[in-house]
Design a protein around this ligand. Sequence first.
Ligand SMILES: Nc1ncnc2c1ncn2[C@@H]1O[C@H](COP(=O)(O)OP(=O)(O)OP(=O)(O)O)[C@@H](O)[C@H]1O
Length: 259
Amino acid sequence: MTTLSVDHVVRAFGGVRAVDDVSFQAGAGSIHAIIGPNGAGKTTLFNLISGVLPPTTGAVRLDEVSLHDKPSHQIAELGVIRTFQHPRVFTGWTVRDNVMLGAHLEVRTGFLSTILGVRRQRHLKALAEERADAALGEVGLGDAADLVAGHLTTGQERLMDMARALAARPRVLLLDEPAAGLTPMETRELAQRLKALKGPDRVIIVIEHDMSLVFDVADSVMVMNQGRLIASGSPAQVAQEAAVREAYLGSEMLEHAGD
Ligand SMILES: Nc1ncnc2c1ncn2[C@@H]1O[C@H](COP(=O)(O)OP(=O)(O)OP(=O)(O)O)[C@@H](O)[C@H]1O
């Protein structure tokens, strides 16, 4: 079973320890949520796992493979794929073409293409289209494949970004605030779709502020505050922790604690 291990990871920016000695293991087959107030270090942690930033100290491993010192494209090739808080959208392209970017297939063009090369190129393109369409189906955007991406709503852009990640066949799927900008109905649909993405070879980690979504989909929850992991466990367990209640005092989390 695929396991992502984060071992005593620290990331400092000057005097600020944005991620401060965080350790956890996330196994496949479950949805792991990371929650915490603004500035807690959640996105920085994703940046460290996906190789966008190197940790100051500490290690990240996918099964037995160390991700240390690997550039982000190599980490992506190993199957660690993320979405962003602000998805990158090529507004003039179709939705399918945007998603095909995630398919990670080598499609070469140029004057050196032989007949065989052209055939291979067509084959790879068809394969990438197939993967893109399957991924769009998984997020419920199958009907939008031929639309120009610039016409999508914010919520649909997020789903398209998720499809782009799925087209890369992730072993570790890192979703940064997938419900941001979604309507309540879209969020409920997203919850169903996220649960359907669970698989024995796929680790899913979701950063999310929408507590109704977290409490609906997460099998385990990690709570960050000021760079540190202050609690982890089942949603019901963490909601009862005094430190968590303090970090979230006055916020909507407590309203969902009894759900
Ligand atoms: N590149 C950077 N340079 C300097 N400081 C940074 C950098 N990136 C993040 N920080 C700081 O690290 C801390 C954690 O930020 P981070 O964005 O990881 O938090 P977050 O939990 O994702 O917040 P949010 O929920 O608002 O997205 C903050 O104090 C932030 O200002």
